[in-house]
Design a protein around this ligand. Structure first.
Ligand code: SF4
Length: 169
């Protein structure tokens, strides 16, 4: 179980973690405590660059004395593999986000700043709360369209809710 204070500096999140523990609900914060990262991946020395790999070059427990002779099948050294992994992560993230940004601007127009509310307090006790997580605005747009239909409004009010509260990040 995650320690709420150690898991987040945000007070609302700490309260949410505490409450989830009281209700016996596991969250990502709890799973993060038990998740053991791959030791080789954490060192950045696992290469899946080509079909001859994956090549994994773990650092020996006692370290390396003298020359480091570790190499992938192609001859890539640990430093080369770590550097390539790092550059690839940056390039993939940048390229993917630039393409997504351009397409989204075409679909939804150029974004502009708006005043809004943030954090868990946006959820309403008497509404059906839907929290959308992700970076896919098409999905958000579709959910906004669906929750505004008369059918959905009638359905939630028939269950005793005042409406649907959409939030997310
Ligand atoms: S270290 Fe070389 S051979 Fe191994 S997967 Fe990477 S590119 Fe391929």
């Amino acid at each position: 179980m995650a320690d709420p204070v150690a898991a987040s500096i945000d007070v609302a999140t700490q309260q949410m973690i505490q409450r989830s523990h009281e209700l016996g609900i596991e969250t990502a914060f709890d799973r993060a405590v038990t998740m053991k990262p791959c030791n080789i991946g954490a060192q950045g020395i696992c290469c899946k660059n080509c079909s001859m790999g994956p090549c994994r070059l773990p650092l020996p427990k006692g370290g390396i004395e003298g020359e480091d002779t570790r190499k992938g099948i192609c001859g890539a050294t640990p430093n080369t593999i770590a550097a390539r992994n790092f550059i690839r992560m940056i390039a993939d993230g940048w390229g993917g986000s630039m393409l997504a940004t351009d397409l989204q601007d075409v679909l939804f127009g150029t974004p502009y700043p708006v005043v809004s509310e943030a954090n868990l307090g946006v959820m309403k006790e008497d509404m059906v709360n839907i929290v959308i997580h992700g970076h896919e605005p098409v999905l958000s747009e579709m959910i906004v369209a669906v929750v505004q239909t008369q059918e959905m409004q009638n359905y939630v009010t028939s269950k005793g809710a005042k409406g649907i509260q959409l939030s997310g990040q």
